[in-house]
Design a protein around this ligand. Structure first.
Ligand code: FRU
Length: 494
């Protein structure tokens, strides 16, 4: 290997100091998450380089350290021993080389010979139009300890998008993995006529890459560009995750600006083509984008996504920060679909358990001890003969604030309504959820400015950012005819 560039990281240190100063000013702000990863200050988007390295989980993220708006991208960094408590580390990557001078865009991480390699997209603006005037290449940085990274002298290691029906400029977000002694990377792309696609590359050493094939391509309503692809083997099948930009709404689905989902199939490593089934969403809420997965030392496939959406108002920007990550979710395939559940380690956050059993609800009901703005609720509802029932979270009666989850029997829909959630964007998102034995099982994670609802064991998940007032801590249950809450547990989450 050639000598690596010795980076003075001037940029990086200035950025780090700036963020640390800002952090002192914003800590304790009422919308700051208690147990979700969020930036120390200023802007965060996509999870990057999620990995398990030397006994710890590392998570990097797209970061603009100088303002709560998107800008030239750095890589922020946190690590954790247990996926529950995260420690902030110094910023890992700063833009500055000729090939990444306008941003170190999204990418992934892999361990090789005891070192941690980051593969990311170097972004360069070649003119004023950020859709057309861009040059995106793939670059590497390496670290012995997982904290300080050095960009390789060989960069960019993939200097241009391949020939063919491949857009020359939109070429980003490499996800790298190892298979039978070779390295593979899947990279986000689009055709020259604006259909999203994922490109497969192969390398013996992470430095020399050859293009294998278009792994999968979107046809019909499948987005004009696929961002942040991910690929893994799970429960005997291959899964390609991608974030298609600009799918059009179809019925109750695809109402966010961009989607994130997956296809299940089989990758032929010789031809580089994936034969696969239909696109399915990973989350049916408002705020879920650019998910990335890793596999840990227990062989578990774990996913984290950006818990926001492009171009959706973010009221926290006026408080000096923006962006958060979802909870780490454990993925399994069941009945041809991905099921996601919060990793079990999150139970370590629980304290002050409150338990109820066999509670009848008709009309609206509040229960003593069931309230809060950073809590977990777990409940099983027997729907009995009710045609409409659900719960209200983050209720502030005086201000008329509430975030409402409603089940309607006639169409089997769960609706998450944030039209009265406080500040920020409103809207309703829906998902079709069959009752199981006439029951609905819910696990709700509330954290200051977010709700994540895992329905029927994680077969459907709905995630939303909400920005209620500080007093919005009420929780209510409602039903048009009697339902029975078979059991209900609530914990404060520390
Ligand atoms: C997805 C994305 C990526 C890109 C990054 C830039 O949210 O647009 O495609 O690498 O964000 O911050």
């Amino acid at each position: 290997m050639k000598k690596t560039v010795n980076h003075m990281d001037n940029n990086l240190e200035t950025a780090q100091q700036f963020v640390e100063e800002m952090n002192k000013k914003i800590s304790g702000h009422p919308w700051r998450p208690v147990y979700h990863v969020s930036p120390p200050a200023n802007w965060m988007n996509d999870p990057n380089g999620f990995c398990f390295f030397k006994g710890e989980y590392h998570l990097f993220y797209q970061h603009h350290p100088f303002s709560p708006e998107w800008g030239p991208m750095y890589w922020g960094h946190v690590k954790s021993k247990d996926l529950v408590f995260w420690e902030h580390l110094p910023i890992a990557l700063a833009p500055g080389e000729a090939y990444d001078k306008n941003g170190c865009f999204s990418g992934s991480a892999i361990e090789k010979d005891g070192k941690l390699y980051i593969m990311y997209t170097g972004n360069v603006w070649t003119g004023p139009d950020h859709d057309k005037d861009l040059q995106q290449t793939q670059a590497l940085a390496v670290s012995d300890n997982g904290v300080r990274f050095t960009k390789l002298a060989e960069n960019p290691v993939i200097a241009a998008a391949p020939e063919g029906d491949i857009h020359p400029h939109h070429f980003r977000d490499p996800k790298v993995w190892e298979h039978e002694g070779q390295y593979y990377a899947v990279i986000g792309s689009k055709t020259k006529t604006n259909q999203g696609q994922a490109l497969l590359f192969r390398s013996p050493d992470l430095i020399n890459w050859e293009f294998v094939n278009v792994m999968a391509k979107g046809e019909g309503n499948f987005g004009f560009m696929w961002e942040c692809p991910d690929f893994f083997h799970l429960d005997g099948q291959d899964v390609l995750v991608m974030s298609p930009q600009g799918m059009k709404p179809e019925g109750i689905y695809y109402h966010n600006l961009h989607q994130s989902g997956y296809v299940i199939g089989t990758l032929n490593y010789e031809t580089g083509q994936l034969s696969h089934g239909p696109f399915q969403l990973l989350d049916y809420g408002f705020d879920f984008y650019a998910p990335q997965t890793t596999i840990d030392n227990k062989g578990r496939r774990i996913l984290i996504a950006w818990m926001d959406m492009w171009e959706s108002p973010m009221p926290t920007q006026s408080c000096g920060w923006a962006g958060a990550m979802t909870l780490p979710r454990l993925l399994r395939i069941k009945n041809g679909q991905i099921v996601s559940t919060p990793v079990p380690e999150l139970e370590r956050l629980r304290e002050n358990e409150v338990y109820y059993t066999q509670v009848m609800v008709e009309g609206e009901l509040a229960l003593e001890g069931i309230s809060g703005d950073h809590v977990e609720l777990e409940l099983v509802i027997d729907a009995q003969a009710a045609s409409r029932f659900g719960l209200k979270l983050r209720v502030n009666e005086e201000r008329g604030e509430e975030t409402v989850l409603t089940y309607t029997r006639d169409d089997s829909l769960v609706s998450l309504d944030r039209n009265r959630s406080g500040q920020g964007p409103g809207g309703i998102r829906q998902a079709e959820v069959p009752l199981e034995n006439n029951q609905l099982h819910l696990r709700c994670f509330i954290d200051k400015s977010s709700v994540e609802i895992f329905i029927n064991g994680g077969t459907t998940v709905m995630t939303a950012r909400v920005y209620p007032s500080e007093g919005a801590t009420g929780i209510r249950f409602f039903a048009d005819q009697p339902i029975q809450i078979i059991n209900l547990k609530k914990w404060d989450l520390k």
